[in-house]
Design a protein around this ligand. Sequence first.
Ligand code: ADP
Ligand code: MG
Length: 241
Amino acid sequence: MTTAPLPDPAGDSALLRLDDVGKTYRSGNLEVEALRHVTLSVAAGDYVAVMGPSGSGKSTLMHILGCLDVPTTGTYLLAGEDVSTMREDQLADVRNRRVGFVFQQFNLLPTMPAWRNVELPLVYAGMHRAERRERAVEALARVGLADRVDHRPGELSGGQQQRVSVARALVTEPTLILADEPTGNLDSHSTEDVLSLFHELHDQGRTIVLITHEHDVAAQARRQVQIRDGRLLDATLAGAR
Ligand code: ADP
Ligand code: MG
């Protein structure tokens, strides 16, 4: 199924466009409506915080935005491409080309030095080894870890580990950076560290969607969107219906 482009409140610069998206999880005869009628546009270069309590649908929204999952209903356009009806292999391709992920738990491989963790997305992209290493080292330098490229995660602080995972998110030069509770496991000093890194990335023109339940973290973004019980609250929306 293909969908014609919809009228767009964010104009032609909309990088992400969700239109009336719903997501229902089914296990056995139990159904959970994790997202309901979600309509949201995010312009290229924007920095948006998605805020909501535990269980409100934040991670589900992130999975859809990051092409880790598809909506049950509605459409999702990423850079003009309708990804809501793609097969898993197509989604994997879009994900690898367009999205960099940062997770609360860092998700680093403990036995690998920082640079090997950072180069992983380039392995999946089929790049040659020497170029991968060069790019990984460069990405680590961009997050202030030029002197830690050979350290394993266990030899780094929490804040440094999260910077490694930001470098891993950046190494493919993604269109979109998606962060799910990236400061959830960090002390206040490391939180500031990671947030100032996001500021730099935003200043460099990157598009960031940051998911958090912390107000002071969300306040760092240019725009806040509230989610409750799978619905976006109207007042926070550009182009809400
Ligand atoms: P948040 O990230 O805001 O805590 P989630 O998106 O993880 O919220 O979850 C939203 C709702 O969907 C919750 O009620 C949760 O229990 C349910 N849910 C999330 N993932 C699944 C799944 N894979 N299967 C069934 N229910 C799920
Ligand atoms: Mg979550």
